[in-house]
Each structure stands twice: as C-alpha cells, then as structure tokens.
Design a protein around this ligand. Structure first.
Ligand code: ADP
Length: 532
C-alpha cells in the first residue's frame, strides 16, 4: 500500500472554460465563505470554505499526478456527494482526467461493465467505501482527509498530452442504454461551463444561499447542483443518501443546515407532503425549490406552494446530453384549471426548436413535435458509440448546410400562445422512474439474460394516486424452476440499478400480440393496471 504525499506538478494556468477553474473561482474572491456544508454523524454540520476546498483539490491533484496518468485517462469516482468527492472531481478536472461518477449503490456487475467500457485507469472510492473486486487492469485507491491512498497502482502510462483544451472531456455520466449496456454521455469542459453560465444567468441563487442537493453523484443533476452553488459563490449542502428515505430525517437535514434552496426530483417531496406538511411549512429558510427529471404532479406541487408560500419553484427541464436546458418559474399561485406546467424556453445562449416527422420546423401553437436543442452545452458524443452519437447529434434543422449539430432529444412538446413549450411525452421507450431515466429495452435485455426466460416485455404502469411502477411480463422456458420467490428480481438487481429493477414481475404462458404481431403493451398495461 502506498500513500502519496506531495509531489511536484506543473499544469497549464487555469482558464475560465475549465470546470475546475469555473467552480473554484470564488476561492479567489470569497475564500472564507462556505463552499460545502455537510451534515455529519451526531447531527452536526461541518463547513468547508472555498479556500479549504481549493486546498483539498490541490492535495488530491498532487497525489493523482504522481500516478503518471495521461490526460484523457478515465477515473471512476465512486462516492456520495461530499466536500472530498467534489475536491476529487475538481482534482481530476485540473489534470485533464475525465471522471466517471458512480454511486456506492451501483451493483458490481454494472460497475464492471462501466470499467470495462471506459477502460478506466483508476477507480477511487471515498474512505469507508465497501467496493471490492475491481478488475485487475484498473488501479484502485481511497480518498478522504485530503489523502489518496493507492491500493493498486494503475498501469504505467506514456504522457502524450500537455495542454488541456476546453473541448477535452470533463466527465462522463452513464445513463440507461437500449443496447443493454450503460450509455456513456461524454461532456467537455466547454459544454458544462457554457451550461453553467446559461443557468447562472437566471439568478436562481446568490452567495448567501445554501443549496441542498439530493441526487446521487452519478447523475448529472448533482453536478448541476454543485455548479449552481459553487458558480454562485454559495454553499453545497449534500443531503446524505441514507437519510433521504426518511421524510422526518430529510426535513431535519434541511432545517438543521439552514438550506435555502432545495433541488431534486419531484418524488423527494412526496412522503413529506403526505405525512409531514407542518414540518415542510416550518422550513422558513427555504426560498427556492428546483425540480427536474419528470412532471411534478400538480396537486402535490400546489400543496408545496401553499406550504412554502415564499419559495420560488422552478421546473428545470433537460437531459444529461446538455446537463439541462430550461428553468421555468412555476406560476404563483398555480391557476386552478392548469393542466400542464410549461418547460418554457431554453436558457440564454441556447434555443429549443420543434421539428415535425419530416424534419420541418414547427412554429404554430399546439402542434406537437420533437424538441431539438441548439446549445453550446451539447455533449461530445456517447462513449464508443458513433452510431448512437450520430442519431442524437444531428444537423441543425433550421439550416442543415451550416454543419452545426443540435441535440435530437427524443422528447415531444408543443408550443403555447407565447411560444413557450409544454413537454408531452417521448418518441421512444425511455421512461422516468422517480426521476431516473430508464430504457425499457435495457431492463428487457437483462431479463432475457436469464437462461430460463424465453420472452420478456417491460412497461411503465401508471396507477391513479401512486407512483408509476415498472412491470415485467415474462414467459418462462419449459421446466424453469429458478425464477420464482423473488429470484428473477434478485437476478435483475445484480446488474441493474435498483430503480431499474421491475417492481412487479408477471409470469404469463404467452405474451399477447397486436394484429400486426407486436407485443400488445396496451393490453398488458390494462391487465396489470389493477395490480393483477
Ligand atoms: P435529468 O437528469 O435532467 O432528468 P436525464 O438524462 O436523466 O436527465 O433524463 C432526461 C429526460 O427526462 C428528458 O429527456 C425528459 O424526457 C425527462 N425530463 C427531464 N426534465 C423534465 C421535466 N422538467 N418535465 C418532464 N420531463 C422531464
């Protein structure tokens, strides 16, 4: 075991298009302001200033640099959001090492696929992390208290790169993929800092704010929160993952840390609104709530607005491929007959276009089309997947001859009277489960990997008054005897994130088909609708 102390490092000067210099800018102007306020054991709040965050980053960068990795080498960063995890990702950014955040809850098989796909040089996890069995070809280490302890050195590398460019990869986020392997969204320093600039121009938070972040580090929503807070000179307040499950404790963290802004998917509020409305109303410091990832059910949103009458509620829309793209204020009060929230307009510096099936722009009201996003925050491509990249990064429909590429989002929307957009579904089989993106095809593939499964179809079931659930219809092979008693569910859980594991598995003798021979999803949905 080798513990690396300081070694010399010389790198190009910071540039404002680099993720690390962007996020650490406040270290020069307000070094003593809190950058991270952490809720730690015995319920105390520990503060890390911008100066301290910069020092931590420097320490981790020196330690990483001594490992001899080349710019562009991938580092898997396994952690919950914390001051140290933020410092570690900033250190990777400083050295031009793309980081791939993963959650400690990621199943081994999925992590191994990510390591194999990315050819990661190094896996680092936060001290206390329980991950073992990292493939031999990848170095391993643990970080905490400003030190990186390396358990297995990465393979020696030849350094070929010298100058970090704004177009270099800052990070890669893995989302659900239709092909059965996770899909790596590659983002450059320029893309992410452009997005941050667009977001910050909306004046969502100021330097006095404390931004509670609830999304696991492996989703770019957490990087959005970090950018929103640090880019504004404010503090990030990571809400510990384990406490999120308990509404009492979740609200307690918000109250005890004095969080002024709370970001997360709509479902983080569900239990609290239902069971602890008084405790929600008691969150007097909260002046902003930003939600993202899926529609916020309007009755719940109305309730939240009533309980937090002074808070600005923001509907953030977008996808990992540009981090996000719009920030729309929820009207106050929500009009009584309102049926749908608007996703508004793209942030300054970007534009959402609506395109019909034949590739023409739609200008009229109420006509649905697919959102195409023209933005400097466009992702670089999907890792090692030129076909999928070309399908998502397409010529600008407004002027295809220009060579400009835009993001074909797969999201459908229509325009309102002022040109604002309303999200109205997907063109494919991607769904959102508690704000998490899931490709039904990826879940189906996992089910079919089981040797005793002959056929499988997965669908999203929306039942009145409850959260949508993932349901699988499975036809077992003759003589199958190891699928029941939750065993097929456990098999899925070995390779899929927990939110991708079907909540219900229905065993059928055969799958119903439509007249043209496709699996009849509608009849399945109807059959399962009542839980039967
Ligand atoms: P995010 O982290 O922004 O949810 P994902 O890449 O995980 O990004 O999922 C993106 C998809 O989530 C979008 O393409 C869209 O279908 C859905 N989505 C994101 N934000 C919203 C929103 N505010 N309202 C409705 N659907 C949304």
């Amino acid at each position: 075991m080798t513990t690396f102390a300081e070694t010399a490092v010389a790198r190009p000067p910071a540039q404002e298009e680099m993720l690390h210099s962007f996020l650490l800018a406040a270290a020069a102007t307000t070094p003593d302001s809190p950058a991270v306020a952490q809720f730690v054991a015995n319920d105390t709040v520990q503060t890390v200033s911008y100066h301290q965050l910069e020092e931590l980053t420097r320490g981790y960068a020196l330690a990483l640099d001594s490992l001899g990795l080349d710019m562009g080498d991938r580092v898997i960063l396994e952690s919950d959001t914390s001051a140290h995890a933020i410092a570690m990702l900033l250190a990777c950014s400083t050295l031009g090492l793309p980081f791939v955040p993963v959650s400690p809850e990621t199943p081994d098989q999925r992590l191994h696929k990510i390591i194999e796909t990315t050819g990661a040089s190094l896996h680092v996890q936060a001290e206390g992390g329980k991950r073992e069995s990292i493939p031999e070809a990848t170095g391993t280490g643990r970080f905490g208290a400003g030190k990186l302890t390396v358990d297995r050195l990465p393979h020696p590398r030849t350094r070929r790169r010298r100058e970090l460019c704004a177009t270099d990869t800052a990070y890669m986020i893995f989302t659900s993929g239709t092909t059965g392997r996770p899909k790596g969204v590659v983002m450059s320093h320029r893309a992410v800092t452009s997005f941050y600039r667009g977001m910050l121009s909306q004046g969502i938070v100021g330097p006095q704010d404390k931004v509670a972040t609830t999304s696991p580090l492996q989703f770019d929503f957490s990087l959005l929160d970090i950018g929103l807070a640090l880019g504004s000179g404010a503090a990030v307040v990571p809400v510990p993952r384990k406490l999120m499950r308990w509404p009492t404790r979740f609200l307690r963290v918000l109250a005890d840390t004095g969080a002024t802004q709370v970001n997360g998917v709509p479902s983080i509020w569900r239990q609290s609104l239902k069971h602890l409305p008084d405790a929600v109303a008691a969150l007097k410091d909260v002046r902003g709530v930003l939600f993202c990832g899926e529609d916020f059910p309007l009755p719940e949103l109305r309730r939240l607005q009533q309980l937090l009458p002074h808070a600005r509620l923001i509907n953030c829309y977008g996808a990992t491929e540009s981090m996000a793209c719009s920030f729309t204020d929820v009207p106050r009060p929500l009009p009584n007959g309102l049926e749908k929230l608007s996703i508004g307009y793209a942030h300054p510096g970007a534009e959402m276009l609506l395109v019909d099936e034949s590739g023409h722009l739609i200008e009229e009201e109420e006509v649905p089309g697919e959102i195409h996003l023209r933005t400097p925050a466009l992702f670089t491509g999907y890792w090692d997947d030129p076909k999928a990249s070309a399908a998502a990064r397409v010529p600008d429909p407004a002027e295809p001859r220009s060579g400009q590429l835009v993001l074909k989002t797969g999201d459908l929307a229509f325009r309102g009277p002022h040109g604002e957009l309303y999200f109205c579904g997907r063109v494919d089989s991607q769904v959102q489960i508690r704000g998490n993106r899931v490709e039904l095809g990826e879940v189906e593939r996992r089910l079919l990997e089981h040797p005793e499964v002959a056929e499988a179809t997965v669908l999203l079931l929306e039942r009145a008054g409850v959260e949508p659930v993932l349901a699988a219809a499975v036809v077992a092979r003759a003589g199958a005897d190891s699928l029941g008693d939750g065993r097929l569910t456990a098999f899925c859980g070995q390779a899929l994130q927990s939110y991708m594991v079907p909540d219900e598995i229905h065993f059928l003798a055969e799958l119903p088909v439509t007249e043209n021979g496709k699996v009849d999803r509608r009849s399945l949905a109807f059959r399962f609708a009542e839980g039967g």
